[in-house]
Design a protein around this ligand. Structure first.
Ligand SMILES: NC(=O)c1ccc[n+]([C@@H]2O[C@H](COP(=O)([O-])OP(=O)(O)OC[C@H]3O[C@@H](n4cnc5c(N)ncnc54)[C@H](O)[C@@H]3O)[C@@H](O)[C@H]2O)c1
Length: 455
């Protein structure tokens, strides 16, 4: 055994560490979606030999052919990665060739709004038979504290070759062990001000060697690694960040409804408050939460809290307030039409924006989906425009079968409803040509017109 500064490390771990430091380790990334694919490209860019694993054969075929399926990633970036040796495959036997394996699979909610960890379970089962001594396995999926230790490690141990052990906090084993860590993805899709590599990476290992290996791996591609004492701390860190956002968005959503009733412009208030150099961080109201993180992750903790006889009141209240926003938008559309002596029933409404936030091609949990459903329930005819979605078909919780309507002759609609404030829209022109504009994003800020109803 040798030591890395104060850390006792067996030769096999030391060898992996050196390969990670030299950027010539082999890395397997499992789940080539919004998180896994950009991570793969960062790793390839740093010189690692990367193999991507996915169960979606279409994604594998696209990547092997050098084609991107994510808007903000160019096909040229995939081709460059391919030239550097990147391979995509559905064949998990290649796991055995990797020095480190990173899991980036989905963690949605079930229909009953409970954690659906089946993707982690299935992936761990696929990895286990191919695990080898000295390998590092890192889970990146957002999840409740305890998932790595209570769920993933037992599956890995159960399915791996007999005699293979996970290194724990006990004595350092010099043979027959693999290492496990958790490191949350903290990306903010569509954020053009902070580059992904400039977001520090929080890393918590199941033991100090795993922490060191994972932190070293991420230091190759991120500005720095923040080492924490356990996988649970790293898991909880991600949830705290997203619960903080969720609760603060709920707060401004509630204050928005009150402010509008009081005739006060909440967006102006937030901008003014944001000038305070300490103690205030601006959050903005909107038509409801969307995406794979903020509407979902807090409920992973609520669910886990029940095991401890604990009721997470802030999370539930924030969920209630944010969850009511699509209904509030629809009510506002109804009231605005009413002022034009029209009913929701029979009105033609053009909804601008399907994506859950501006300038991205992600529809998951988007409030637009609920708004369409609610408007249709009231008898409205709903069309949409979104440059990121030529069509919208079937998803996990929706089946729309809609095609993007061109942004022209807006006067033919009873109402134009802004749900996503994409940068490409010419809001002045939209207001000029529409009969009525309901704006749930303050996209028409600075435009003065009695056609606009903000909500
Ligand atoms: N999208 C984001 O901005 C974001 C940000 C931070 C954290 N996260 C978290 O990262 C995780 C991944 O999210 P995402 O947005 O990349 O999801 P995604 O749906 O875009 O990608 C997941 C990929 O995993 C693949 N997959 C599913 N089961 C698999 C299996 N058994 N084996 C191999 N591949 C499998 C899917 O085919 C898909 O390509 C989630 O836990 C999410 O909460 C996402």
């Amino acid at each position: 055994m040798t030591t890395n500064e104060n850390l006792t490390m067996p030769a096999i771990a030391r060898e992996r560490l050196e390969r990670l430091q030299a950027h010539n380790a082999r890395i397997g990334v499992i789940g080539l979606g919004y998180v896994g694919l950009p991570l793969t490209l960062l790793l390839c860019g740093a010189g690692f030999k990367v193999t991507g694993f996915d169960i979606d054969e279409k994604k594998i075929a696209d990547l092997q052919a050098g084609r991107s399926y994510i808007f903000r990633i160019g096909s040229d970036e995939i081709q460059q990665a391919r030239e550097k040796g990147f391979q995509a495959t559905a064949d998990f036997s290649h796991i055995s060739e990797q020095d480190a394996i990173i899991l980036c699979v989905p963690t949605p909610l079930t229909e009953h709004r409970e954690p659906d960890v089946s993707f982690i379970e299935k992936t761990a089962k696929s990895v286990a038979p191919w695990l080898r001594e000295g390998q590092l396995v890192v889970l990146e999926s957002s999840t409740y504290p305890g998932t790595t230790e209570e769920l993933m490690i037992p599956i890995l141990l159960d399915g791996s070759a007999s005699g293979l052990e996970v290194q724990g906090r006990g004595p350092v084993l010099d043979k027959g062990v693999f290492y496990v860590a958790f490191s949350p993805e903290r990306e903010d899709p569509g954020n053009m001000t902070v580059a992904r590599k400039d977001i520090p990476k929080v890393v918590g290992g199941h033991d100090p060697i795993a922490t060191e290996l994972a932190a070293t791996l991420y230091e190759a591609i991120f500005i720095k690694s923040i080492r924490v004492s356990s996988t649970r701390v790293a898991e909880m860190t991600k949830l705290l960040e997203n619960i903080y956002r969720c609760v603060n968005i709920a707060l401004v959503n509630e204050l928005k409804v009150l402010s509008l009733r009081m005739g006060v412009d909440i967006w102006e208030v937030i901008d003014a408050a944001a000038t305070k150099p300490f103690g205030f961080q601006p959050f903005y109201p909107g038509p409801g939460l969307g995406g794979h993180c903020i509407p979902i992750d807090p409920f992973y903790l609520s669910w886990k809290a029940r095991e401890y006889d604990f009721h997470t009141r802030f999370i539930e209240l924030a969920g209630e307030v944010n969850g009511a926003m699509p209904e509030y938008v629809v009510q506002t559309v109804g009231q605005a039409l009413n002022r034009h002596k029209k009913a929701l029933n029979g009105s033609r409404i053009l909804m601008l924006g399907m994506a859950y936030k501006k300038d991205i091609d992600d529809l998951r949990e988007s409030p637009s989906l609920t708004i369409i459903e609610l408007l249709r329930r009231e008898g409205a005819e709903v069309l949409y425009n979104d440059p990121f979605f030529p069509t919208v078909g079937r998803g996990r919780h929706y089946n729309l079968n809609m095609t993007c309507t061109p942004l022209e002759r807006l006067e033919q609609y009873d109402c134009v409803l802004i749900v996503t404030d994409h940068s490409d829209y010419d809001y002045k022109e939209i207001v000029r040509s529409a009969q009525l504009v309901v704006d749930s994003r303050n996209a028409t800020k600075g435009i003065v017109s009695d056609k606009i109803v903000r909500c």
